[in-house]
Design a protein around this ligand. Sequence first.
Ligand code: ADP
Ligand code: ASP
Ligand code: MG
Length: 439
Amino acid sequence: MKVMKFGGTSVGKPERMHQVAQLITKDGEAKIVVLSALSGTTNTLVSIGDALSKGDKAGAKQIVDQLEAHYKQFILDLLKKEETRAKANAQISEHFEFLNIITKISFNDALNKDILAQGELMSTKLFSLYLEEQGIDHALLPALEFMSIDANDEPQVAAIRKKLNAILAAHSAKKLFITQGYICRNARGEVDNLKRGGSDYTASLVAAATNSSVCEIWTDIDGMHNNDPRVVDKTVPIEQLSFEEAAELAYFGAKILHPTCIWPAQQERVPVKLLNTMQPEAAGTTITQEAGSVGVKAIAAKDGIIAIKIKSSRMLLAYGFLRKIFEVFEKYRTPIDMITTSEVAVSVTIDSDVFLKEIVKELEPFGTVEVDRDQSIVSIVGNEIAETKDVLSRLFDSLKQVPVRMVSYGGSRHNISLLIPSTFKQQTLQLLNSGLFGL
Ligand code: ADP
Ligand code: ASP
Ligand code: MG
């Protein structure tokens, strides 16, 4: 078995879907194909929810109508036979009827999750109908029947494995399966999701659950690049990464991978490949247990970071002090990304302001609390970089003009992280691109 996941741009145009059909039928190996929503759809569904949460029903209805028009045209271009077009229109209409009903009733968070699920439900139905029209034998597996998360929003790996393998066993004559990325059921049995970009996570979980030979993530670029191609002019693809390196890059902002999608594949030692749907012959990036080479591999940046400094002359280095501080973050289920300490202060960073007020209030008894918003973490990732000669000196030589706020070094052998004001992000990534890669 192998898993092939296609992202939004890979299925966002009818001709791309045609191309995906060719890619998945190139060889006879059994496969599970995980699809995202058509590009732009999830953002549009988010904006429908936003409008409804503000009570703007007319605005929401208008967005729903525009989206429906887009899908009607998509069907005309995707399918050729009148019969399949009629089927597609009937199936897609059901989703828009549902969205139209939602624009009329009172809005809540559970309904919002239902809205967000429509994208993957529709893309997989349309793709399945295209395969049917082409006479390509397959089965459409509803992800809501096997993908689940627990009360802490963590995937239920054992349950997913059991349910998915039972479903596959019931279809033992089939070799090609299509399913939705991103969507799942939560501990209450409601429709939920694996957070934005979560189709990668689905793919990795499915690959692990089925002990697949490979988990292929097909996207719009030829693999993981050494730096963020959206920010920096000259970037190059990386041939090989270890699971650890890839996980660090994904967590610290390389958008090509969902932040936590590596661990399921890593746990079952399933290699992950990043490939380009628009350029299938390109080598892409292979992610395995081995790092391949020593040294700096790539740089990534994560925005929207908040730095919190707690200054206390009295008890900072007293034992138990850090535990008390960490307990505040634990209580509000807010993960800390970076931490630095000195004799009189401790600085930490978080990426969510949902409980910021409460956290600051509970930290105040420990000392003076300062909060800095609009920060970015820049992570330099590679293999044994802490031991690699000159990395630190080249790093700081490159950044003479950048006000570095925090540095984290030595926490792992794969990562050096810097905290900088977000206004310096582009300059920092560009300077490091020449300083560390000569690009
Ligand atoms: P998909 O819709 O296929 O999931 P995404 O948009 O989520 O695709 O991810 C692919 C995009 O990630 C690329 O188009 C690129 O702009 C962006 N990206 C950010 N950092 C990197 C990086 N280091 N290497 C490659 N792509 C990156
Ligand atoms: N469609 C979802 C999103 O846009 C999931 C994904 O594409 O991975 O976030
Ligand atoms: Mg993505």
